[in-house]
Design a protein around this ligand. Structure first.
Ligand SMILES: CC(C)(COP(=O)(O)OP(=O)(O)OC[C@H]1O[C@@H](n2cnc3c(N)ncnc32)[C@H](O)[C@@H]1OP(=O)(O)O)[C@@H](O)C(=O)NCCC(=O)NCCS
Length: 140
């Protein structure tokens, strides 16, 4: 990662900054997205360049004890493939361990397998997922 990037844990990020970061990589940022999510977070990592521009982010949710969950890893569109994503994930892992968590979970689409498993050191594991809006409760 280039030396002018600084990382911080739980540093304030405004909704406008977050929306700008999301849009920079082609994502959609609903109003108040970050303000709604933040209270449920163990913490989050922000990466800023030497001008203070938000260039990277990851959120860490948790169960209050052993399990932490990475969500919404993001690198500014114009700054991708320079090591920022790996740096924010490693920093988040350090912070989750410091908070007493034993396990760090993440799920991802197949194209990001190399990012998480090779570059970020996650090991593959079985996991399950239900998309609840499309799920109907099975009858017993
Ligand atoms: C996924 C994401 C966070 C990666 O951030 P990044 O800063 O570009 O990642 P890094 O530069 O640290 O990547 C390190 C390595 O991971 C792998 N990698 C990174 N992005 C990848 C991608 N899109 N596809 C495949 N491999 C990728 C590469 O091996 C890369 O090394 P290389 O550049 O020398 O080839 C970024 O692409 C992003 O913000 N995407 C949009 C949001 C998103 O999909 N987030 C994931 C939510 S699960």
């Amino acid at each position: 990662m280039s030396s002018e990037i600084s990382l911080a844990w739980r540093e304030p990020i405004s909704d406008d900054e977050m929306a700008d970061l999301v849009r920079s990589h082609g994502g959609i940022a609903p109003d108040d997205w970050w303000a709604t999510i933040r209270p449920h977070s163990l913490g989050w990592v922000s990466a800023r360049d030497d001008a203070g521009l938000l260039v990277g982010f990851v959120n860490v949710a948790w169960d209050g004890r052993d399990h932490a969950f990475l969500l919404d890893t993001k690198t500014r569109g114009s700054r991708q493939r320079r090591g920022i994503g790996v740096a924010v994930v490693r920093f988040a892992a350090d912070q989750a361990r410091a908070a007493g968590c034993e396990w760090l979970h993440v799920d991802f689409e197949p194209p990001l397998r190399s990012f998480y498993l090779d570059a970020c050191d996650f090991r593959p594991t079985d996991a399950g997922l239900i998309h609840l809006p499309r799920w109907t409760t099975p009858t017993l």
